[in-house]
Design a protein around this ligand. Structure first.
Ligand code: AMP
Length: 298
């Protein structure tokens, strides 16, 4: 594997179909599942490692965001990436960008409403990465469901010639969705955090039993979280997979998204619900059998 710092070097190393996995580092099995998928489907696998200041609000955790570039490099090399693109800040932003990307409407609710400017930052950095790397296929986790909707919409609107692949959420054995931010949680907070996935699993059981009402499904999630002290639910919303707009009834592909605060840590989770063979089938993602790399480190 080669580690490089410029777009020109990444492009020079591309052979055949290039698969691209953008990350902010502090990698875990969720990220590695994306690299794995790219490895199966592409000739050259490029992983980027860049903590993008543009997508953090002034009171968010940019300064404290966990970083361990050496460990990240070893992990992506072990799963077979060909190129690690780890640009210094001044390679990505030579000066403050005067051109930014705003994706309308799909970014208005949920995370977009709570984190002003966040999706502009995401869309701008992803557009730069697509322009500089020119990947054929780009891999994103369903964990950040509204981000996936936003990126898909940007690619549609601006005609980036890359296929967007959405990959299932990877979870700890106890259900907690993997996130680099889980490292902030102490054991009690982790226990509290688990109530969010518990609520989503209960909602998925209700879907399988025929529940179609957004209000009921959202209520199942909030009830599970409210049972637990030390976690504040921000929202539980049933949203359209194409537009991220709230829906009242399960009558199209959706995700049931939840966001909560545990101490000063903000956590996201969701389940996707798709139609298969005429029925609505919830996808809760996959669970690790053993504690994740992050859990072992905590
Ligand atoms: P991040 O480093 O948090 O920006 O995430 C980089 C990519 O990994 C994004 O596409 C995320 O959606 C994806 N990702 C993060 N956590 C998970 C997870 N638990 N399962 C699957 N994908 C994930």
């Amino acid at each position: 594997m080669r580690t490089v710092e410029t777009f020109a070097e990444v492009r020079a190393l591309g052979r055949g179909c290039t698969g691209f996995v953008p990350t902010m580092g502090y990698l875990h099995e969720g990220h590695l599942s994306l690299v794995d998928a790219a490895r199966r489907e592409c000739d050259t696998v490029v992983v980027s490692l860049f903590v993008n200041p543009l997508q953090f609000g002034p009171n968010e955790d940019l300064a404290s965001y966990p970083r361990d570039p050496e460990r990240d490099a070893a992990l992506v090399e072990a799963v077979g990436a060909d190129v690690l693109f780890a640009p210094p800040l001044d390679v990505m932003y030579k000066s403050d960008p005067l051109t930014t990307v705003t994706v309308g409407e799909v970014t208005e609710g949920m995370e977009g409403a709570r984190r002003p400017g966040h999706f502009d930052g995401v869309a701008t950095v992803v557009a730069k990465l697509f322009a500089g790397i020119t990947p054929d296929r780009s891999y994103f986790g369903r964990k950040d469901a509204q981000q996936l909707v936003t990126v898909r919409r940007m690619v549609l609107d601006l005609s980036f010639p890359t296929v967007i692949v959405g990959a299932p959420i990877v979870r700890e054995a106890d259900g907690l969705a993997l996130s680099s931010r889980n490292i902030y949680l102490d054991p009690r907070q982790r226990e509290a955090a688990r109530s969010m996935s518990r609520g989503l699993f209960a909602a998925s059981v209700a879907v399988a039993a025929g529940e179609r009402s957004a209000r009921e499904l959202e209520g199942i999630v909030s009830a599970a979280v409210e049972e637990e002290a030390g976690i504040d639910l921000d929202y539980a919303t049933l949203a359209d997979q194409d537009t991220a707009a709230p829906v009242a009834t399960l009558d199209r592909p959706v995700f049931l998204a939840a966001a909560a605060r545990v101490g000063s840590t903000r956590l996201l989770d969701n389940i996707h619900i798709d139609q298969h063979a005429g029925g609505w089938v919830p996808d809760v993602g996959t669970r690790l059998r053993e504690p994740s790399i992050l859990y072992r480190e905590a």
